[in-house]
Design a protein around this ligand. Structure first.
Ligand SMILES: Cc1cc2nc3c(=O)[nH]c(=O)nc-3n(C[C@H](O)[C@H](O)[C@H](O)COP(=O)(O)OP(=O)(O)OC[C@H]3O[C@@H](n4cnc5c(N)ncnc54)[C@H](O)[C@@H]3O)c2cc1C
Length: 449
């Protein structure tokens, strides 16, 4: 039997810049590339994300000469069977840090299967960037960013020259058949698509990223989030060629937000569901009802909010600017707890990432890190006018308003023909709800407790 090791793929569905894959190749003559379909995780995941994952696995399989072993089952059982059958000597993984992945790996190790960790989905592993003054983790983004840059990261790992794979038998080719819901269009999956998209973004939009990243109606951001989520590209690859000018630095800073939130979640594991600032759990919130339903369906009567909510349902992705606007609307106009929105995003995003999602929500809700102060309430009308001035974004997703001019589209209630195509009326008055949310904030102010 040739010396054999397993490379167990999870959030690292690529072959370039993959230190754990290289470690597996170096340690043996033959490699078993493995992906285990995890029933518990599948039950939790949204249909769009699963469909994307299915496509990504097909692409990874192609890169591996159709040798990807795909097996459904319990991780300990699957690994134990393969280890015995092929006399496997080492199991290699990229380390995982969020609660679910870390607990799963700990369970595998507790069952006696040693996992060799090389690399992680981050440029700097969560937990590594610490304050030089006292060795504790950062709680605020800007000093974290400085510490993160000082810490630095390795250059991308080399591409393997050859991968000698064990050929899978038919029973190990359980490709999932996750269907995309009707009418949904998601981005192309896979490492090649990720690299091609990054090349296109670098050529067309990176140099103006600092300005274009906020404009919802243009293709001004990288769309790397889904590729990063599935590890089809590593952040090191994105960081490698960046310069020091404002546009490049802004892009690097966004990558750093992802790393910051992963670090925060690593140090505060319960904040995937619980308030980072506990006081906010005491605030008066409403219960989700008809208004929540209208938010989910993109029928709030606020065009910029509705366009965004329809975008996420149709594409499994939403522009960062509008993620903030709809999150603020849910928490501060509808007075719902951020977890309701977080769950909706989890169900619909193909780039769903536990750290970025829960902390993106908490930041906007004002109960997270660096809190965007709670009293900052995004104005859904002004945000639309500013970041979708021509109304292109709204027109794309809200066809009932496509007959309106740029001057009319953000306030259909002022336009004579604003409702001629049955666009819904506003479910709340933003000005009044803003005051209501500030009043509720007053009630939990520390000085009054
Ligand atoms: C309420 C809310 C929920 C969010 N949920 C998610 C999520 O589930 N998954 C996710 O990947 N991002 C999430 N984000 C962050 C951000 O909106 C997306 O990463 C970004 O819109 C993805 O588009 P892009 O790849 O074109 O981004 P770019 O603008 O091209 O940014 C490059 C990369 O930087 C990272 N990044 C950018 N902005 C942020 C940010 N604010 N926080 C963390 N990382 C960032 C992403 O990895 C992104 O791919 C959320 C933000 C908010 C406000």
């Amino acid at each position: 039997m040739p010396k054999t090791s397993i490379i167990w793929f999870r959030r690292d569905l690529r072959i370039n810049d993959h230190p754990a894959l290289l470690a597996a190749i170096e340690s043996s003559e033959k490699v078993i590339p493995l992906f285990i379909l995890d029933k518990a995780q599948i039950q939790e995941a949204g249909a769009k994300l699963l469909a994307y994952m299915g496509q990504s696995l097909r692409k990874l399989d192609e890169s591996l000469g159709n040798n990807l072993h795909i097996i459904e089952g319990d991780q300990v059982e699957v690994l134990s069977v393969l280890i015995k059958k092929y006399e496997v000597q080492e199991v290699h993984i990229s380390a995982e840090y969020e609660r679910y992945g870390a607990e799963r790996d700990a369970r595998v190790e507790a069952a006696g299967i040693k996992l060799i960790r090389t690399g992680s989905p981050y440029a700097v592993t969560p937990g590594r960037v610490l304050k030089p003054s006292d060795g504790t983790p950062y709680k605020v983004y800007t000093p974290f960013y400085r510490g993160w840059r000082t810490h630095g990261w390795r250059a991308p790992a080399v591409t393997p020259k050859k991968i000698n794979c064990v050929e899978p038998t038919a029973e190990y080719r359980s490709f999932p058949d996750f269907r995309l819901p009707e009418g949904v269009e998601i981005i192309e999956a896979g490492e090649a698509a990720a690299l091609a998209r990054f090349k296109e973004f670098s050529k067309k939009a990176l140099d103006s990223y600092d300005e274009s990243r906020n404009l919802a109606g243009i293709d001004g951001t990288s769309k790397m989030s889904t590729y990063l989520k599935f590890g089809e590209i590593h952040p090191r690859t994105l960081l490698k060629g960046l310069g020091e000018d404002k546009a490049h630095d802004t892009f690097r800073k966004e990558i750093a937000w992802r790393e910051f939130y992963a670090d925060i979640l690593f140090n505060n594991p319960m904040t995937d569901r619980e308030y980072y600032v506990p006081r906010f759990a005491q605030m008066r919130y409403d219960k989700p009802g008809a208004q929540f339903k209208a938010w989910c369906e993109g029928k709030t009567g606020y065009p910029f909010v509705d366009a965004a909510m329809r975008q996420i349902v149709k594409e499994g992705w939403m522009h960062n600017r509008t993620r903030m606007v709809v999150a603020s609307f849910l928490v501060k106009d509808l007075h719902l707890e951020w977890q309701f929105g977080e769950r909706f995003f989890r169900e619909h995003l193909v780039d769903y990432d536990v750290a970025s999602n829960s902390h993106g929500w908490q930041w906007t809700a004002g109960c997270g890190t660096d809190a965007s102060p709670y009293y900052r309430v995004f104005n859904p009308i002004e945000q639309g006018k500013r970041f979708d001035a021509e109304g292109d974004y709204i027109k794309k997703y809200v066809p009932e308003l496509s007959h309106l001019t740029a001057a009319e589209i953000h306030e259909p209630w002022l336009a004579g023909a604003g409702y001629k195509n049955n666009y819904p009326e506003r479910i709340v008055d933003h000005a009044l709800e803003r005051l209501e949310s500030l009043a509720r904030l007053e009630e939990i102010k520390p000085s009054q407790q």
